[in-house]
Design a protein around this ligand. Sequence first.
Ligand SMILES: [Fe+2]
Length: 311
Amino acid sequence: MSIVKSSREQGFIQRTDFFEVAEHPQSQRLYQINIRDHVIEQFLEDTSDISIQQLEYVPYMRFVVADRLNSLTNGKLKEVLTTILHDRNTGGYTTGTNSKTSESDDYVKFSTAITHLIGEPNFDSMSGNYYARFSVTDIDNSDSYLRQPYRLFTLHTDGTFVDEATDWLLMMKMKEENAVGGESRLLHLDDWNELDIYSNHGLASKEITYKAPSSKNVSKEIKRKTFFQINNKPCMCFIDQFAYPKNIEEANYLKSLSESMENDPSLIELSLPVGDLVVLNNTFWLHGRAAFEKNSELNRELLRQRGCFSE
Ligand SMILES: [Fe+2]
């Protein structure tokens, strides 16, 4: 992991009066950004006049809450949030509201501030909004793995079936009751032992058709290459559920690639407290979810936003 140490030497690890950037206790590939309590408290106060409806109806208000948070850090937070996400050696972090609130409206505001310092969220067709909240409970009748509690949600990238860039994604824990398991499973592409085998395979840059199930409210088919390059490094676009291979060879390639990632020893299972969020570069981090243990009272809610970097 000497590469990761060199990224620290670039200056991401820091303590300021407004926040601290530390190596994440669960992964050398991630940072933990601890925004100071006084900043969180002031942010909650400074945004108490803004309603969730305003954020939903008036797009510029989303940037207004972002600016309020950034101003409270002397304008420093935006650069840290953005630079780490672009850093190939890491490209991810957790942060949160330090138990200063348990109001879900505050979580929406905080996550909105974070994403609008990074860029702009894409329209989420599933919710018809710039963010989506979804619950995982004991009973599920949906048409994808997203809400299925008792099975593994396999590693994937987001945005496979939409025709816009999905540079990053944010997941925030809104609620967690009677939940054992369900951790976010994460894999950085450069930690995947068999990356070279699959990224140099003859089918790596073959276009694969992606189609979404009806709950996603996206009817268009999209063709995407499984591997592509950014800054001469392999990046990935893949989800097993929505890929429609054209033949046995393509199907075997995708199946074997998925199994290789799932079995990689570098896979992280990230536990995230309620009120915390994780942000990842979606082009070189894969994410999924561990199965929950059976519980008739299971109730876990996440908020997600995904989007593109600002110019
Ligand atoms: Fe996802």
